[in-house]
Design a protein around this ligand. Structure first.
Ligand SMILES: [Zn+2]
Length: 301
């Protein structure tokens, strides 16, 4: 009996091991070609993007110091050219940390506001030495990267990196591919965000590389703007109907997006953000009466 139990346990263990082997998790870090000379570096759930030229590499985002050190070693092994430029997509530390790993060979580039926030918030990264406000073009080894500012959105300093030869854009945290914006959308400038999406829709690109998750395209930008506008309209209607924030969170389902990433996890937080936003940009028809004059106050006009 004991032996049989042991054998059974052994068989169960082997089955578990086989299952584990069959479903081996994806590596924590990997480099994959997006198209042409443009590559994605994934570090667990975060993406950075870089362009390889014979004169060196332009890297957008460093993620964190450990990820940056790994990437630096892999670049040396695979491409054997130095990283000549590092640019930041925006200041948030889960994307911009670790820039100092590349300062031995690279010029650090950022939006003027990115630099200001990196300094003010003491982000653990290298401060940009070259800044811009609207647009900057980096030319290296006969290839080009454009950095474009299209207004405030998920931060006040997000930029779009455009690789014109490959028709790729890389931009982080404000255009998820079939996914909801992060939790309560803090550091958000909603109306400018919508305007920025419209500007991106006008740009010449085929591939959207996001800061998290898989690649997308221009249809994903349009679809995401649809989500944002639907979220705003549904929440405005709830506010007009006198619903509380808890009622709005319970009743606004945005069913059309139920297959999107983080639909269950982030939707209530998105609604909570939007409820506050709509309330502060809304004026009902019924105007509350002015406060009664204090006793003894002069009468008349
Ligand atoms: Zn961010």
């Amino acid at each position: 009996m004991k032996l049989q139990t042991l054998i059974m346990a052994g068989a169960a263990l082997m089955a578990t091991a086989t299952t584990a082997f069959a479903q081996a998790p994806a590596p924590q870090r990997e480099i994959t070609q997006i198209k042409g000379d443009v590559y994605n570096f994934r570090n667990i759930g975060h993406n950075a993007v870089f362009m390889v030229t014979k004169a060196g590499i332009v890297l957008i985002d460093t993620i964190d110091a450990e990820a940056a050190k790994w990437l630096k070693a892999e670049i040396k092994k695979t491409f054997n050219v130095p990283v000549k430029y590092v640019a930041y997509s925006h200041d948030h530390p889960d994307h911009s940390s670790g820039g100092e790993v590349f300062t031995d060979t690279a010029t650090i580039v950022g939006h003027q506001r990115t630099k200001e926030v990196i300094i003010a918030e003491k982000r653990p990264t290298a401060v940009p030495s070259v800044t811009f406000t609207d647009k900057m073009t980096i030319e290296l080894g006969g290839k080009t990267v454009e950095l474009l500012y299209v207004g405030r959105n998920h931060s006040d300093n997000t930029v779009v990196a455009h690789f014109p030869a490959e028709k790729i854009i890389f931009t982080v945290d404000w255009i998820p591919v079939q996914g909801l914006p992060f939790r309560d959308m803090n550091d958000t400038y909603f109306e400018e965000w919508i305007d920025g999406l419209k500007r991106v829709e006008q740009m010449d690109f085929d591939i959207l590389a996001p800061g998290h998750g898989r690649l997308g395209n221009k249809n994903d930008v349009r679809a995401f703007r649809g989500y944002m506008e639907d979220l705003q309209m549904a929440t405005l209607q709830a506010v007009r109907a006198g619903k509380s924030v808890e009622q709005a969170k319970a009743e606004i389902t945005l069913e059309k997006y139920k297959e999107w990433g983080a639909y269950q996890a982030f939707r209530p937080f998105n609604i909570e953000f939007m409820y506050g936003h709509v309330k502060s940009h809304w004026r009902p028809s019924v105007v509350p009466p002015p406060p009664a004059p204090a006793a003894g106050a002069p009468k008349g006009n």
